[in-house]
Design a protein around this ligand. Structure first.
Ligand code: ADP
Ligand code: MG
Length: 692
């Protein structure tokens, strides 16, 4: 495979555009892409035609406006290029069809922001993310808005948040005498996933319908040997990864790192970072292709946050930084951060933003699936805190305490093997337990669930940091002695928000009570977390930065709660059905078989004691009675759902989820007792270890 030729071969990227477009058209389009200037609609016809010609040369017959409704998935409606021309057809894409589309919006979530009767929705081209050809269709990235202008997707607010941050960052940089044309955020999302055998998967109703196992006793072998992490790839897995890499590369996605993760059957893929908007689109496409390519290998890719109880779940690390159009990374501390007031102010603004809006940040990654991870010993806790590492941690401590700072320099290290090279040891170790960690020249937000859209956390990150920047500019703008004022402002802000900094083990038992003492939020479920989004302070934030209207904030929060309630409702119903139709009958049959065996043995001789058969039959029967009782309770509790998104989600979190836990506990106990000849589903051992 010639990777350099393959790379981006399906993408209408800069190089293709430059060759295909008249010079003036190309220049005008670049101004829109690079500097955010409004699109000159008069060039649309020429761009559309060039795009169509290129797409047809790649075998495309159709085009689609590709958008991201509030479902975490992408949506598409395909139209062919054909246009009647007498008896024949010609292939055509008009400027108007490139710029606007009009899919029926009535079946997408709107959170009450639009009446069902008002179905009109528009998609509008986003020229900042490149179009591509996939499976015979030209994909045009678009935003999605309602007839009345409310955003119905994740891309429109993301672009608005990027604009807000660009604006405020440029104002801030001006104070330091830096004139940037554009400040963009960059994102590199590390993606975790599971791969399991397709045949085994198809036998699990819970996996097929809900993406996770609702039942399953732990395998006798879990992740305790720690032998899977970074382990050698099995050949089927390595074939899959090669195929996936090639596929992703053809779509211009910078797939870079791949390895086995901690849990058996778990893996990770990390791309090279890029502009946030493009990174979000690329991650959506990556998730879709991960699943599709898996099927070609007889595998199923599970993107659920917690497919299996008792072993690690899957997350997504959102590596985030800020840089100017000339390539200056604003989160790069340089050699001596203590002598870099610009870096210190920017760092402080991020810290302050994360503290002030911790509730919003937690809320934007809340989902039914992610509730299983946050707070378990594998993912960061549900409490937001910031990790700075040794060097910056010590620097910030010294500023807050008013102590002298003694810089710790990177020292050349040697690993004690004479042949091995000398290398500089990093000034900071990694901390894997922090939800928001400074990692060299970027922050890593680690609370995202594996199937989440990366758009949500980045909308929030960009907006809260834009707000912190604007407050800094307002405070420092008129300062007579800027360096002095800047230092004082940084110090004041660090003191105010010092409580959010935690440089120790976030999994440790001491952290929760300590966080409580510090007054940090600890919202464990989606039902508890999402209301933070609707608080006055949060609404004002989004409105002020021009990212959401008040109505949109409320709509989004309601959708998040609704999605949560729906997900748990489906899980609960699936669970009840699996018990009634498969698990209970299987256990009952097994108990009956034991009884028949006793009878048969007794028929031979009254003296045969049959003690173990009797004990087992009794145990299975009584557990099975308990299972039916717990299932009935779950079903009855499901019938009494209060109206209103918040009340319904609270009932799910505090009544239905505990009911489901109770059902599962009994069924898993039964699985340990019932003969494998009777058990209706593949076990964890089969699910996790059948790929060779
Ligand atoms: P980890 O140590 O968490 O395994 P790496 O250091 O290998 O991760 O980097 C993880 C991700 O961070 C990669 O996707 C990488 O592209 C991304 N990354 C690196 N620098 C930046 C940056 N300036 N902005 C955004 N993401 C970045
Ligand atoms: Mg990471």
């Amino acid at each position: 495979m010639n990777v350099t030729e393959l790379f981006a071969s399906n993408v209408f990227n800069d190089e293709v555009m430059k060759n295909a477009l008249p010079k003036e058209v190309y220049k005008s389009l670049r101004r829109t892409i690079d500097e955010g200037q409004p699109l000159d609609t008069s060039i649309a016809g020429a761009v559309a035609n060039a795009m169509k010609d290129w797409a047809v040369s790649k075998g495309a017959t159709h085009y689609t406006h590709w958008f991201q409704p509030l479902t975490n998935l992408t949506a598409e409606k395909h139209d062919s290029f054909i246009e009647p021309d007498g008896d024949r057809v010609i292939m055509r894409l008009t400027g108007k069809s490139l710029i606007v589309g009009e899919p029926d919006a009535s079946s997408f979530p709107s959170g009450g922001s639009r009446a069902t009767s008002a179905a009109r929705g528009y998609t509008a081209w986003d020229p900042t993310s490149p179009a591509f050809v996939k499976e015979g269709t030209l994909y045009i990235p678009t935003i999605f808005v309602s007839y009345t202008g409310e955003t119905l997707d994740k891309k429109a607010p993301l672009l608005k948040s990027m604009t807000a941050l660009d604006l405020q960052a440029k104002r801030l940089l001006k104070l330091f005498g830096i004139e940037a044309r554009k400040v963009s955020t960059t994102v590199g999302p590390e993606q975790e996933y599971f791969l399991i055998d397709e045949e085994v998967y198809e036998k699990r109703k819970d996996l097929v319908l809900t993406g996770r196992t609702l039942f399953g006793a732990p395998s006798t072998r879990g992740q305790e040997l720690e032998d899977h992490y970074f382990g050698t790839l099995k050949s089927r897995i390595s074939d899959y990864m090669r195929d996936l890499d090639a596929t992703l590369w053809s779509y211009g996605i910078f797939a870079k790192t791949k390895h086995n993760e901690v849990a058996p059957a778990q893996h990770e893929l990390a791309p090279v970072f890029t502009t946030t908007n493009v990174a979000v689109d690329a991650n959506q496409l990556t998730m879709e292709l991960m699943k599709k390519v898996a099927r070609r290998h007889g595998l199923v890719c599970l993107l659920h946050e917690k497919p299996f109880e008792g072993i690690n779940g899957s997350g997504k690390h959102n590596n985030w930084s800020l840089s100017t159009d000339s390539g200056l990374n604003l989160l790069d501390p340089g050699e001596n951060p203590e002598e870099n007031p610009r870096f210190m102010l920017i760092l402080t603004c991020v810290i302050a933003a994360v503290d002030k809006y911790q509730g919003v940040l937690r809320a934007c990654v809340a989902s039914a699936g992610n509730d299983h991870r946050l707070g378990a010993d594998e993912a960061p806790p549900a409490i937001i805190s910031v990790y700075l590492g040794d060097q910056l941690g010590a620097l910030v401590d010294s500023i807050v305490m008013g102590r002298q700072y003694v810089p710790k320099k990177a020292v050349p290290g040697s690993i004690g093997v004479p042949e091995s090279p000398i290398f500089p040891i990093d000034t900071t170790d990694r901390n894997r337990t922090s939800p928001f960690a400074f990692t060299g020249n970027k922050f890593e937000f680690r609370m995202l669930g594996s199937q989440a859209s990366v758009a949500d956390p980045n909308i929030v990150l960009n907006t809260i940091v834009a707000q912190a920047f604007s407050e800094a500019v307002e405070s420092l703008g008129g300062a007579k002695d800027f360096p002095k004022a800047c230092k004082a402002y940084t110090e004041k802000l660090l003191k105010e928000h010092y409580r959010i900094i935690f440089n120790y083990n976030g999994y440790g038992p001491d952290w929760e009570p300590e966080a409580e003492r510090r007054g940090l939020l600890n919202n464990k479920t989606t039902a508890d977390a999402v209301p933070e989004f609707m608080k006055r302070e949060s609404i004002e934030l989004f409105v002020r930065q021009g990212v959401y209207t008040e109505k949109e904030v409320v709509a989004r929060a309601n959708i998040a709660l609704e999605n949560y309630t729906k997900a748990i409702n489906i899980e609960a119903k699936t669970m009840a059905e699996m018990v009634r139709r498969d698990i209970w009958p299987a256990a009952d049959k097994y108990a009956a078989a034991l009884c028949s065996a006793i009878a048969a043995k007794r028929a031979v001789s009254e003296k045969i004691a049959c003690v173990s058969d009797m004990v087992l039959a009794e145990k299975v029967s009584s557990l099975n009675d308990g299972l039916m009782e717990a299932t009935e309770k779950l079903e009855n509790d499901l019938k009494e759902m209060p109206s209103g998104e918040l009340a319904a989600s609270e009932r799910m979190a505090h009544v239905i989820v505990p009911d489901m836990d109770a059902v599962r506990a009994i069924a898993d106990e039964l699985e340990r007792l019932v003969s494998s000849a009777y058990w209706p589903y593949p076990t964890y051992t089969e699910l996790l270890y059948s790929v060779k």
